[in-house]
Design a protein. Structure first.
Length: 410
C-alpha cells in the first residue's frame, strides 16, 4: 500500500466512528492546550525575572544602616544612623573591586508647580548613583559638579512626576516647589516603568546628596554626614560574596564592632534575591511541565485504549486484508496512521485553544505570559510524539494476528 492509500484508509476508518474518535482526541486537545498555556506562563515569568535582574543590577551590593530600638521595639533597617560619608570614602579607597559607590538619603514630600501638585518620594544622591542604578537623562542634563559641592537647589524629575506637573511639556529650567523650597528643574530621567516588585520607578525626584540633607530633611532626623544607604557597583569578574565579606570586615573595623556583637548595618546581595527568584521560577516551571505531561499521558493512554478496542473489533477485517495480500507492515502502518491522525487532529485543535487560552490569561490574569513560535513547535512535536508512542503497541498487536485465526472470528 502507498502512503496515500494508508492515509485514505485511516481517514475512512475514523469517519466510521467519528464520535469515538472525537472523544479520544479530547485528551490530546487538553494536553496540548495545557502545554502551550503553562510553558508560556513559565517563559513569561522568566522574562519578568530578567527584567528584575536588569533593573537591580546583577553586580551590585546595597548596605543599609542599622535598626533603632524604641521602648524595646526594633524599628527596622534604616531607622538608625550608622552609615556616614567616611564609610563611602573608605570603601572607595580600600576595596579596589568596587567600581562605583554612592551614599543616599531618601524621603517623601509634596511637589508643586503652578496649580498642579503631586505627592512623591525623593532621593539625595552622589554622582555614581546614576551608573549603579542604570538611570539616563531623557531631557535636560545631569547635575553639575558645583550642584553637589554647594548643595545647589536643582532637581531631576522622574517621568511620572513630570506628567503629573507638566504633562508632555519640557520642564527643563522651570521652578518647582519641593515642600517649601523652590528648586530649578535640571532635567527629566528616562522612563523605566515598573520594577520587578511592581513599584513605579518613575515616581521619584532626585537631588544632590547635600541638598537633600540641608533642604529636605530635618536636622533632628539625620545626623551630619549620615546616610541611610550605600550602594556599590562591582567590577566585572569580581565575586560578589568575596567583596561583600571585605566590606563587612571594613565596616566592622570602622564602626568598632567587637567579635560576636551585632552589626549596626546590613548588606543585601542582589544575586541572592535573583537566585531565589530564579529557583522559584524553575520549580514552578517544572510543576507546570509535570501537569502538562500528565495531561498528555492521559490523552495518549486514551488513544492506545481506543486503538486496542478497534483492533479487537476489526479482527475479521484484518484477516481479510491479510488474505488478499496485505503484509504485517501494511496492517501496522494502517493502525499507526489512525493513531497519528487522532493525535495530530487533537494537537491542531489543542494548539488553537492553547493560543487563545494564553492570550486570555495574559489579558485577564495576573500571571505574565510570553507566547512565541518555539512554544507552538514544542506543542506540535508533543502531539506527533504522543500519537507515535501510544499507537505503536496497538499497531504491532494488529500486525501480529494470524490471518487464519482472524478469519474465524465472527
Amino acid at each position: 500500500m502507498t502512503l496515500t492509500d494508508t492515509i485514505r484508509t485511516a481517514v475512512f476508518a475514523l469517519r466510521g466512528n467519528w464520535m469515538r474518535s472525537a472523544l479520544t482526541s479530547l485528551g490530546v486537545i487538553i494536553g496540548i492546550a495545557a502545554v502551550i498555556v503553562m510553558v508560556s506562563v513559565g517563559q513569561g515569568t522568566q522574562s519578568e525575572i530578567d527584567k528584575l535582574v536588569s533593573g537591580l543590577g546583577a553586580s551590585r551590593l546595597d548596605i543599609a544602616s542599622g535598626s533603632a530600638k524604641a521602648g524595646g521595639i526594633r524599628l527596622g533597617a534604616g531607622s538608625r544612623a550608622s552609615l556616614y560619608d567616611g564609610d563611602v570614602d573608605a570603601i572607595r579607597k580600600e576595596i579596589p573591586a568596587v567600581q562605583y559607590v554612592t551614599g543616599t538619603v531618601r524621603g517623601s514630600t509634596q511637589v508643586v508647580y503652578a496649580e498642579n501638585n503631586w505627592s512623591t518620594s525623593w532621593q539625595g544622591v552622589q554622582p555614581d548613583w546614576f551608573v549603579i542604578n542604570g538611570w539616563t537623562i531623557a531631557l535636560g542634563a545631569e547635575f553639575e559638579a558645583h550642584d553637589y559641592s554647594t548643595a545647589g537647589k536643582t532637581v531631576l524629575l522622574g517621568e511620572t512626576v513630570r506628567q503629573q506637573l507638566f504633562g508632555d511639556d519640557d520642564p527643563t529650567g522651570q521652578t518647582v516647589r519641593i515642600g517649601r523650597v523652590p528648586f530649578r528643574v535640571a532635567g527629566v530621567l528616562a522612563a523605566k516603568g515598573q520594577s520587578g516588585f511592581g513599584q513605579d520607578q518613575d515616581d521619584v525626584l532626585v537631588v544632590p546628596l547635600d541638598t537633600a540633607r540641608r533642604r529636605l530633611t530635618r536636622a533632628a532626623t539625620l545626623a551630619p554626614g549620615a546616610l541611610q544607604q550605600i550602594s556599590l557597583g562591582i567590577a566585572n569578574g569580581e565575586s560578589l560574596d568575596a567583596v561583600q565579606s571585605q566590606i563587612e570586615d571594613l565596616l566592622r573595623q570602622r564602626h568598632r564592632i567587637r567579635q560576636g556583637d551585632e552589626d549596626d548595618f546590613s548588606v543585601r546581595n542582589i544575586s541572592e534575591i535573583i537566585a531565589t527568584r530564579t529557583q522559584t521560577t524553575r520549580l514552578m516551571s517544572l510543576l507546570l511541565g509535570a501537569v502538562a505531561t500528565i495531561s498528555l499521558i492521559v490523552g495518549g493512554i486514551g488513544i492506545m485504549n481506543i486503538m486496542l478496542v478497534s483492533v479487537t473489533e476489526r479482527i475479521r477485517e484484518i484477516g481479510l486484508r491479510m488474505a488478499v495480500g496485505a503484509g504485517p507492515s501494511d496492517i501496522r502502518a494502517q493502525f499507526l496512521a489512525e493513531a497519528m491522525l487522532i493525535s495530530i487532529i487533537g494537537g491542531t485543535l489543542g494548539i488553537a485553544i492553547g493560543i487563545v487560552g494564553a492570550l486570555l490569561v495574559s489579558h485577564f490574569g495576573a500571571l505574565p505570559v510570553l507566547l512565541n513560535w518555539k512554544v507552538i513547535v514544542l506543542a506540535a512535536g508533543c502531539s506527533i510524539a504522543t500519537g507515535l508512542f501510544f499507537g505503536v503497541y496497538p499497531a504491532r498487536k494488529a500486525s501480529l494476528l494470524d490471518p487464519i485465526e482472524a478469519l474465524r472470528q465472527q
